[in-house]
Design a protein around this ligand. Structure first.
Ligand SMILES: [Zn+2]
Length: 365
């Protein structure tokens, strides 16, 4: 058996990256405490450090995740071997987090984001690195990966996820799967939001959840991204309606058939950016422990940089200010405007920790 168990309630964890039983302890604290963690997509050390800064300030645990595109960017857009950069960029980002997280005094979950069929080799390569990291340090590199085969037939989705979970379970790693379709697009993986259709495909069916749980939960630890009208990105309201009661129905269906308490599944909310606060609170009450946020933190990174450039335009066109003959170096130093970006992300995350009820609840002791 590959199954691991959480520590008793109230157990403190070492600050740093949490994996295996410690990850389950964190999930159990979220479930029992009725709160969730933001899962923030990162693309470089600036965005990682901003996430750690906000988590530390809020005394909150946090999830840091990489999409395949984020990992590719981390590895360098100019790297001539794109596939190597996609894998090694994720490894490098993870190592950065392993190195620094302790110093921020909080628990950090390391995750990857949407991998469709074409990206299964990426996930498997990262599991290879996870096995190597486990041998060297006693801990896998990532806490959890995410496979999104929601566009494929249910049985295909489940069978492919089962194959990957069989590799991850001996490392104590968790797998996030997707049932039903998250609308919108993220890193080229996405689905249309049709204006007039009833959008039934955007709502997960409880019988699909039952089937996935039946097959996957005996293999290892699995978390579920169930769709309840959520979309990637921020759109004008009206096309799709958030229906968190779908999450409640899924929990009740699984509890009724397989037991495990009133909220047996750890649920994931994709497309948290721009969502109504009362729907977030309701979703968390039904067992959502992870809310993905990317679009809003991208804007939070960009907006202060735009303001900085507008306030100091000459520094971005001249190394010597023609109006007074003085050097502009202190203004164009990348640390100035990148720091503004970091502060923007950290401020947006202050809001996310508050929305999700996770501020002040770090398990790090
Ligand atoms: Zn997503």
């Amino acid at each position: 058996m590959n199954h691991i168990s959480p520590a008793p309630a109230g157990t403190k964890l070492k600050p740093g990256v949490v994996t295996g039983a410690d990850y389950l302890t964190l999930l159990e604290a979220c479930r029992a405490g009725g709160y969730a963690l933001p899962a923030v997509n990162v693309v470089g050390t600036n965005s990682i450090n901003a996430v750690l800064e906000s988590a530390s300030k809020n005394k909150a645990d946090v999830i840091i995740q990489l999409s395949n595109g984020g990992a590719r960017f981390f590895g360098g857009e100019g790297c001539p071997d794109a596939e190597a950069a996609r894998v090694l960029g994720a490894v490098s980002a993870a190592q950065h987090v392993h190195t620094l997280a302790k110093a921020y005094g909080v628990c950090v979950v390391l995750h990857t984001d949407h991998a469709d069929r074409s990206l299964l080799p990426w996930v498997n390569a990262l599991i290879d690195h996870g096995e190597e990291h486990m041998k060297r340090t006693g801990q896998p590199l990532f806490s959890s990966h995410m496979i999104d085969l929601s566009a494929e037939p249910l049985e295909t989705n489940i069978a492919e996820c089962a194959a990957v979970l069989k590799r991850m379970a001996p490392l104590g790693m968790s797998l996030e799967i997707e049932l039903g379709v998250t609308g919108g697009e993220e890193d080229g993986i996405g689905h249309d939001i049709e204006e007039s259709a009833d959008n039934a495909h955007l709502y997960t069916q409880p019988e699909d959840v039952l089937r996935a749980w039946e097959v996957l939960s005996p293999i290892g630890h699995v978390t579920m991204a169930a769709s309840f009208g959520n979309v990637h990105g921020v759109y004008a309201p009206g096309n799709v309606k958030l229906r968190p009661e779908i999450l409640k129905a899924s929990q009740e269906a699984v509890a009724g058939k397989f037991g495990g308490g009133d909220k047996p599944m750890s649920l994931v909310f994709h497309g948290g950016s721009g969502s109504e606060k009362d729907k977030i609170t309701e979703a968390v009450s039904y067992g959502v422990f992870k809310m993905n946020i990317d679009t809003d933190t991208q804007f939070a990174f960009a907006e202060p940089v735009g303001a900085y450039v507008q306030a100091n335009p000459v520094a971005f066109t001249h190394q010597i200010d023609p109006s007074n003959g003085k050097p502009t170096k202190k203004l164009y130093d990348p640390r100035k405007w990148l720091r503004a970006a970091e502060k923007g992300v950290a401020k947006r995350l202050d809001e996310a920790f508050a929305d999700l009820g996770s501020a002040g609840r770090s398990l790090a002791g």
